[in-house]
Write a protein that binds this ligand. Sequence first.
Ligand code: SF4
Length: 334
Amino acid sequence: MTQAPMLEVRGLYKYFPVHQAFLDSLMRRPHSNVKAVDDVSFTLARGEVLAVVGESGCGKTTIARTLIGLETLTKGEIVFDGKSVNERSQQPHIGLKQLRKRAQMIFQDPYESLNPRSTIFEIVAEPLVVHGLIKDRQERITAVRTALEDAGLRPADDYFTRYPHELSGGQRQRVVIASAMVLQPELLIADEPVSMLDVSIRAEILNLLRDLREKRGISIVFITHDLSTVAYFADRIAVMYLGRIVEIGPAREVLQSPQHPYTKALISVAPVPNPRLRRERVILQGETPNPINLPSGCRFHPRCPVAIDICKENDPQLKELTQSHQAACLLLSK
Ligand code: SF4
């Protein structure tokens, strides 16, 4: 029997209602929504790293929060290890508590995600307490020690009684990773885990995530706006623009031969170590449109350097764009 993927996201929508002005509600004008995630589907295999990239506000963090149940989805289905997260689904479902035991999130800001009043031991042991696991004190100490050492904080016992403010940014992010790993999750959702850190520390944290994935076979959804970190360890890349995935594929293919004009623009401005390999820069014109009032047709058309008239009317679906973007656009124009 073939194993179910670690994660399947089917037609996910997440809209945030906008509070109506008094006059609008008096005149019974329809509610508006911020369309943060607008029909997103993807799968994640066991042990796979999927990078979700895009500018700020493209919906990637909302996807991360929805996957772990911090936001309720508006429509669609999230299936974790063959079980739906939605209680009303026809297929077997997994409860939120069980999901959060098996899937953990690493937040962007290690300064905010650690309780300043707790010791490092208390912080890393907390998930065990919340889930009622490992009640024996000595076994709990061993589990915390292992998690800290796996996260590169050695000797672990030296950190037990310290507080977050006594640690550097990189050490704090390692504590965040240790508290995620102490439950031995099968899925990690890492939301910009290195963007708040000094450049010198970023590689260390990325190395650590890569080692954890290799040693434990964990699946990772890696959310980032920085394509240079993606090249480092992602198996596949999903590129998001205004709440939707516009391109998804093996990392090497997407980076070396991007199809979508937005992906091409993103890659053209990403820093490269060898300046001779730099592509011609594509600077997109204008601002990202308002996610309350999405443009008609292809939502990228106001900024697309190769848009044609039909793009204002037809909204291309991902499957139409996977082969050759230009061919797909020409097909739409027929
Ligand atoms: Fe550009 Fe048209 Fe393709 Fe949209 S459908 S990305 S506007 S060429």
